[in-house]
Design a protein around this ligand. Structure first.
Ligand SMILES: *Cc1c(COP(=O)(O)O)cnc(C)c1O
Length: 434
């Protein structure tokens, strides 16, 4: 083993050489050095504001739903490591990938039957788009190659996903002239519990109808728009999309990468509306936050359509496709989730967040406070001062990563009531000082 680096040396090398998400080079902010993590706690290499450990309010970007260093997931990874950590997926197959695919088909809405295992969420969206475009090309309709989405979305950082992210004020505005030009509907009216607005529903129908000849698919995040603004909308709009897509001959893609595996209170957010898409992406919590893996599922109609075409294959095959380690952990993570009363845990966290974040409504500079499932959001009326907000949360012993005008949390489902309360205090402190 090489000599461990001191936290100071590590930070210096990090600053000089390592890109961080959405970061400049060299880095401007000092990242905290994490030494290990267990349960819902991140252990720091050196104390921050007197805390050696921070309660994780982020689940490492929605993924670590069971917390860190979980004995069941560790065992799955170790067991698989002793058999093989990877083998190519072209011409070969293996139990972890097959079990995972079968399990995903079993737990997702009924007509989704076929699974493409991708290595990240963004790639799974690329594959979903490729499936849809190829479906229409195979059907002799190559002009159907554009996508429609609503504003305020986020679908990843590679090229096609960027083209359907919110085109204004988001992270990808820089590329608006270079990206494929998609069709954008207005943002869905806010509010999970609000009645669907007939005028907005008509707007969706009209836009889909008007562009039907050039649309391959409609792609949206169901019920919760995540990194595009942490907004919730009525599940009723998903039914509107389903009906309009059927009426005008357009495929429907749900990006459940953030919402999947229970985060919104249903196993998949499509379940709030009882609507099934033609293509669905899952990722983030798929492996319980252990390893990078995502999946694109499609119906037999889509798969058969592609297979009837002049090029009857889906030409996509990442080197690490179906990675056995990730697939084993994903199977264990799904079993762990479904083997407990996860709905109860998410409800418990929802109640804790609603209670703990209520105080934020009274704070100056707060525009809105909203909670759905294990997601709590405080929206400010100004751009958050990220350094000040993060520091305020750390002072409370909590890790948060605010962005734009949002201070939010989506804690691991195993977060105890006291820790949920502590996270809420940190969100309020960050909202106050950010
Ligand atoms: C995070 C996210 C993605 C991208 O996933 P990566 O694994 O980061 O590539 C796509 N869509 C949604 C809804 C996401 O939240």
């Amino acid at each position: 083993m090489p000599e461990p680096l001191s936290p100071a040396a590590l930070r210096e090398l990090d600053r000089a050489h390592v890109w961080h998400p959405y970061g400049p080079m060299p880095g401007r902010q000092e990242p905290l050095v994490v030494e290990s993590a267990s349960g819902v706690r991140l252990r720091l290499a050196e104390p921050a504001h007197g805390h050696e450990e921070l309660v994780d309010g982020m689940s490492s970007w929605w993924s670590a739903v069971h917390g860190y260093n979980h004995p069941v997931l560790n065992e799955a990874a170790r067991g698989q490591l002793d058999r093989m950590s990877h083998v190519m997926f072209g011409g070969l197959t293996h139990e972890p990938a097959v079990r995972l695919a079968a399990r995903l088909v079993e737990i997702t809405p009924e007509p989704l039957r076929h699974v493409f295992l991708a290595d990240s969420g963004s790639v799974s969206v690329e594959v979903a788009v490729k499936m849809c475009l190829q479906y229409w090309r195979s059907a002799g309709r190559p002009a159907k190659k554009r996508l429609l989405t609503w504003r305020g979305g986020y679908h990843g950082d590679t090229w096609q996903p960027m083209s359907v992210c919110d085109p204004e004020g988001g992270m990808h505005e820089l590329w608006s002239g270079a990206l494929p030009r998609q069709v954008f509907a207005d943002e869905p009216p806010a509010g999970y519990g609000s009645e669907p607005d007939p005028a907005y529903a008509a707007h969706l129908r009209e836009l889909i109808g008007r562009h039907a000849d050039e649309l391959a698919a409609v792609i949206v995040e169901p019920v919760v728009q995540g990194a595009g603004g942490m907004r919730f909308h009525s599940p009723g709009y998903l039914r509107v999309l389903r009906e309009a897509c059927d009426a005008y001959g357009v495929l429907l893609v749900f990006d459940e990468i953030a919402t999947g595996f229970g985060r919104t209170g249903k196993l998949f957010a499509a379940g709030h509306a009882g609507v099934c898409p033609d293509v669905m992406c899952v990722g983030k919590a798929l492996t319980g936050g252990y390893l990078t893996m995502a999946a694109t599922l499609c119906t037999s109609e889509v798969a058969d359509g592609i297979s009837r075409g002049e090029v009857p294959v889906l030409a996509h095959g990442p080197t690490f496709m179906g990675n056995p380690l990730a697939a084993s952990v994903a199977c264990a993570s799904i079993d762990l989730l479904l083997g407990q009363d996860w709905q109860q845990e998410v409800k418990r966290i929802e109640a804790g967040l609603a209670e703990g974040l209520a105080a934020a409504r009274e704070l100056p500079g707060v525009r809105d406070v909203r909670v759905l499932g294990a997601i709590g959001v405080v929206q400010l009326d100004h751009e958050v001062d990220m350094a000040a907000a993060t520091s305020a949360a750390v002072r409370e012993g909590v890790w948060l990563r605010p962005f734009r005008d949002l201070v939010y949390t989506m804690p691991p489902y195993v977060t105890g009531d006291d820790d949920v309360a502590r996270i809420c205090r940190a969100v309020c402190a960050a909202a106050r000082e950010g």
